[in-house]
Design a protein around this ligand. Structure first.
Ligand code: GDP
Length: 268
């Protein structure tokens, strides 16, 4: 994986180190959820599907992951970008994804299975967060190896969701990641950038962050996302559902729908 210095990060306002106490944040999120308008049928299906998420396995690197045939959707992003919160919000399961805040601690790829009635039809992959200044060089190098390996060679990888704090914009490590997946995106890998914690931006800042990151992402799909305000939650859920359940190609559908000639004969 090559490192190429890139443009300066987008800075709309200084990130704050302060956090809402977990109980207050959870209560706010629950209140916001209750205030939501009714879901569309498609959103209900997608949210119900994501709610079936179950921890499948964890592995320190690609070679320890099971080979799977199901479409896999990877969540990647800098530490503190809001990745765990996003996964927990989409699946509506508190603490499904748990972020270790210990710099330098060995981080793993965590897989979660998805599927109604216990029948797995897709997998979510939570990849190690990156970008801790305090992480030793060796650990950074290891991260690059694990991520690069996974993103370049995981056969069943169907989509990548890149989480980005819009107050920091896409940083150099995010851009390295974009470079790594670009060839696969050109071959059909789905890709979405989520600008997290969008509740912290006013309208002007949000519009500015969207347009800058859209440029940086080379025209890729970029959306605002807030777990707190539930902005973009259902839309993203539907995206993931569609990635994992692509429409059947018309020719194939036709073949499946048309009765075979011998089935017609003898019936009348
Ligand atoms: P991770 O390291 O990428 O997994 O990030 P976390 O999910 O642990 O989130 C990092 C911090 O951002 C935590 O303090 C979260 O409470 C906060 N956070 C995550 N999502 C949101 C959001 O939508 N709005 C706000 N205001 N804070 C958020």
């Amino acid at each position: 994986m090559s490192i190429s210095p890139r443009s300066t990060p987008v800075k709309t306002q200084k990130p704050t180190a302060k956090r809402a106490p977990p109980k207050v944040a959870a209560a706010k999120m629950a209140a916001n959820l209750a205030a939501q308008p009714p879901q569309s049928a498609e959103a209900k299906i997608a949210m119900g599907w994501l709610h079936t998420a179950k921890f499948l396995t964890t592995a320190p690197e690609l070679k320890h992951l099971p080979m799977l045939d199901f479409p896999e959707i990877a969540f990647v992003g800098r530490s503190n970008a809001g990745k765990s919160t996003c996964i927990n919000t989409l699946t509506q399961i508190n603490r499904l994804a748990f972020a270790s805040k210990t710099p330098g601690r060995t981080q793993s790829i965590n897989l979660f299975s998805l599927g109604k009635q216990g029948v797995t039809d897709a997998v979510l992959a939570d990849l190690p967060g990156y970008g801790y200044a305090a992480v030793p060089k060796a650990a950074k190098y290891r991260w690059q190896q694990v991520m690069g390996n996974y993103l370049q060679t995981r056969d069943n990888l169907k989509g990548v969701v890149l989480l980005c704090d819009p107050r920091l914009g896409l940083t150099e490590l995010d851009e390295i990641l974009l470079d790594v997946i670009r060839p696969r995106v050109e071959e059909g890998l789905k890709f979405l950038v989520l600008l997290t914690k969008s509740d912290k931006l006013n309208k002007t800042e949000a519009a500015k962050a969207l347009s800058i990151v859209r440029l940086q992402a080379g025209g890729g799909d970029v959306k605002l996302f807030s777990a707190l305000k539930r902005q973009g939650v259902e839309e993203v859920a539907q995206h993931l559902w569609q990635w994992a359940h692509p429409p059947v190609k018309p020719e194939k559908a036709d073949k499946e729908a048309k009765p075979k000639p011998e089935e017609d004969s003898g019936e009348s």
